[in-house]
Design a protein around this ligand. Sequence first.
Ligand code: CTP
Length: 400
Amino acid sequence: MTNLKGKHIILGISGGIAAYKSAMLLRLFVKAGAEVQVVMTPNGKEFITPVTLSALSGKPVISEFFTANTGEWHSHVDLGLWADAMVIAPATASTLAKMATGVADNMLITTYLSAKAPVFVAPAMDLDMMAHPTTTRNLATLKADGVHIIEPATGELASHLTGRGRMEEPEKIAEALDAFFGRQQSLRGRKVLITAGPTYERIDPVRFIGNFSSGKMGYALAAEAARRGASVVLVSGPSALPDPAGDVTTIRIESAREMLAACEEHFADSDITIMSAAVADYAPAHPRDRKIKREHEDVPVMELVKNPDIAATLGARKRPGQILTGFALETDNEMANARQKLAKKNLDMIVLNSLADKGAGFGTDTNKVSIITTDTVTEVPLKSKTEVAGDILDRITELL
Ligand code: CTP
């Protein structure tokens, strides 16, 4: 576990039997070279003593908002800024509920609300609490808020019942953090070019030919690539989404021709190019300067011209070492069509999504895809677009 060295970790401990395992987790973090600050809920102290934890971490444990005898105030804001990651293990049903709703009545939750770093939770509770719709709902909320859930294992519980709710083993939690920090570095120094959204092809000043693409998949890819250390150029067609944060230069264009021009400017420098835009295949041959008026004309007949194929244009210019990835949204003969596009556009990888799959495709926050190279197919089940972006970037990193 080399990626934890020098990292600042807040270890949050709430009140569950599994708290005894937190000492082991703390030990693993410290052994791997991390600096750890323990923050406990008042109930957490009933299960493991602060003395043990401060001895292992080499730092006083924080539990209250201030130290009673000196009046020293503990700043959750400073702590939130100090941390590279926050791990809450065990996370009880109550702590998860407070996190999901912002009930800031203890130091652990105020620290969570101030944390700028990624947050991980390792839930631990009895099987009925784990299976309760409230817990399911709270975990879904936290996941949507970007919290990483380290899923509990199935096994014997403190109640002696057997079921799902055992906190994941400390080694597994430490490995998850190590892998996370490893991924954060995986695209450092790389230049990534991404296209996203629809293109609009003007008919007249008020009308266009376009499609239903929202840009969500491409924006998720841009944000995730930046989180992994890449320098990203995002060429986006009209999309309601805000510019992604981090090292992302967002270039907003309207038509396929403008998208091609922006890509041509940045392609030569890019190590990785991902074409997730839904480019309009045709544009009006003679867009009008003035609005077409209904009462002045019969039903107009519109002549169309083919738009340039951006992916194929870049594919033809690709140098050895550059990775070019496309998307395919198909309704029929999906695999065969995707493979054909992979070859024809000289792509290294193509991401296939099917309009037939519920929760996949345009406008949704989730996607279900197959990641295809000439000799591999990786099926990615239905997940958030951010998680799918992570899987796509994992595969691209393997190809680099
Ligand atoms: N693409 C592109 N420029 C175009 C059309 C598509 O760069 N003019 C890219 C898309 O961004 C995507 C891939 O090519 O990465 C496949 O897009 P798709 O629309 O599925 O393919 P087309 O080649 O347009 O084929 P068809 O519409 O006939 O399925």
